[in-house]
Design a protein around this ligand. Structure first.
Ligand SMILES: C[S@@+](CC[C@H](N)C(=O)[O-])C[C@H]1O[C@@H](n2cnc3c(N)ncnc32)[C@H](O)[C@@H]1O
Length: 120
């Protein structure tokens, strides 16, 4: 995946067990930066494990425990793509506001869905 001819940076909210991350990074070798977040500690551990199986030296990855509500939209100002699969039913009003602010901070492409499907 490239954006305007350069390698893309991607933020994923509520990454779950990393199923999407691993498949996505494997099939999109031009992604240069990947940030993933989930509120659940075991989910983040599993995502890190899954991503390590498809890691490449030039790929800058960070997977962190955080709720959407606790994220700082300014952190995502320079990202190209925002992904959030299956997150919508879990968000509080504050989470929806934060999601909108994160989307405004960067967005070129957004993949959000209320179910854990392959929307993108
Ligand atoms: C239905 S799962 C979807 C997981 C993954 N995106 C997928 O499609 O397989 C929902 C995920 O949202 C996470 N989650 C729930 N509320 C959250 C919140 N407020 N902030 C961040 N993650 C949250 C859960 O821990 C869970 O991993």
């Amino acid at each position: 995946m490239s954006v305007g001819g350069r390698r893309a940076s991607v933020v994923e909210l509520a990454c779950g067990m990393g199923e999407f991350d691993a498949a996505f990074l494997k099939t999109c070798p031009s992604v240069r930066q990947y940030r993933a977040f989930d509120i659940a500690v075991p989910a983040v551990a599993k995502t890190r494990e899954k991503i390590s199986q498809v890691a490449r030296p030039e790929l800058d990855v960070d997977v962190r425990v955080s709720s959407v509500e606790d994220l700082d939209p300014e952190e995502f100002r320079n990202y190209d793509v925002l992904v959030g699969l299956g997150i919508l039913p879990y968000l509080t009003d504050q989470g929806f506001e934060k999601l909108a602010a994160i989307g405004r901070a960067e967005r070129i492409s957004t993949g959000l869905s209320s179910q854990g499907t392959d929307h993108f």
